[in-house]
Design a protein around this ligand. Structure first.
Ligand SMILES: C[S@@+](CC[C@H](N)C(=O)[O-])C[C@H]1O[C@@H](n2cnc3c(N)ncnc32)[C@H](O)[C@@H]1O
Length: 222
């Protein structure tokens, strides 16, 4: 397998073309995304929300339509610059930050959201990752995530290999033809339950054809 590329470098270079993924003319994808947006608007209503790894702000904009306050954070200045071009109903504060070194106090948010991030999180990091997310939530706070099932990305996983932890690496191309190999994992419904259940209360888990989404309730201790 080719040496994997840095996710940060890949997304920074992809920032200007990233949102194409949302606007492809594939009715099933459009419908699932629209349904999820409706659920997210409801979930975010009147809440203080932190949108982590916000990218170009696609979900930030959805959240801003009902939330009381929004902080949107990403490590890529290029992504934040794209996100800054959008109009928001509730204007987010944009924070350039590594999600592993967040500058927020504990119990600051009623909702923490992560669009299309979990598939990039290395499997061996889940424990540490949950230890970053859980303290951010105030009492009765929740975490929302959405991510891809393989059909959302074409019929093949285009796997270019796995590492010793079982992480899948996938070939991706920019419009320019530049090639990357990035960590991208896919999950069955059962695998998602096995990952989240020991640590969180799974309030909802929707496993559709193209996307899965989850709402995780107050963390279990540990
Ligand atoms: C798949 S994109 C998701 C963007 C957006 N949440 C969405 O759903 O459209 C992944 C994002 O994670 C960001 N990212 C990568 N590594 C990060 C890190 N260590 N901390 C914060 N953001 C990171 C990338 O810059 C990119 O914007």
């Amino acid at each position: 397998m080719k040496e994997p590329d840095s996710i940060i470098k890949y997304y920074s270079q992809r920032a200007p073309e990233y949102e194409q993924i949302y606007y492809r003319d594939i009715p099933i994808k459009r419908k699932e995304l629209a349904d999820e947006a409706a659920r997210l608007r409801q979930l975010a209503a009147d809440k203080s929300v932190l949108d982590l790894a916000c990218g170009t702000g696609y979900w930030t904009r959805v959240i801003s339509q009902t939330a009381a306050s929004v902080i949107a954070s990403d490590i890529s200045a290029e992504m934040i610059a794209e996100a800054g071009k959008k109009n928001y109903l509730c204007q987010p504060d944009f924070v350039l930050s590594d999600l592993y070194r967040l500058p927020f106090a504990d119990a600051s948010f009623q909702l923490v959201t992560l669009g299309f991030w979990f598939s990039h999180e290395p499997k061996q990091n889940y424990h540490d990752f949950f230890n970053i997310l859980a303290p951010l939530l105030c009492q009765d706070g929740a975490i929302w995530m959405i991510d891809n099932n393989p059909p959302a990305e074409g019929p093949h996983l285009q796997s270019v290999g796995q590492d010793e932890y079982g992480n899948n690496y996938k070939q991706r191309f920019l419009d320019s033809g530049k090639e990357f190999a990035i960590l991208k994992n896919y999950f069955s419904r059962d695998q998602l339950e096995t990952i989240f259940e020991p640590r969180f209360h799974i309030k909802s888990l929707i496993f559709n054809q193209c996307y899965w989404s989850v709402v995780l309730g107050p963390p279990r201790s540990g």
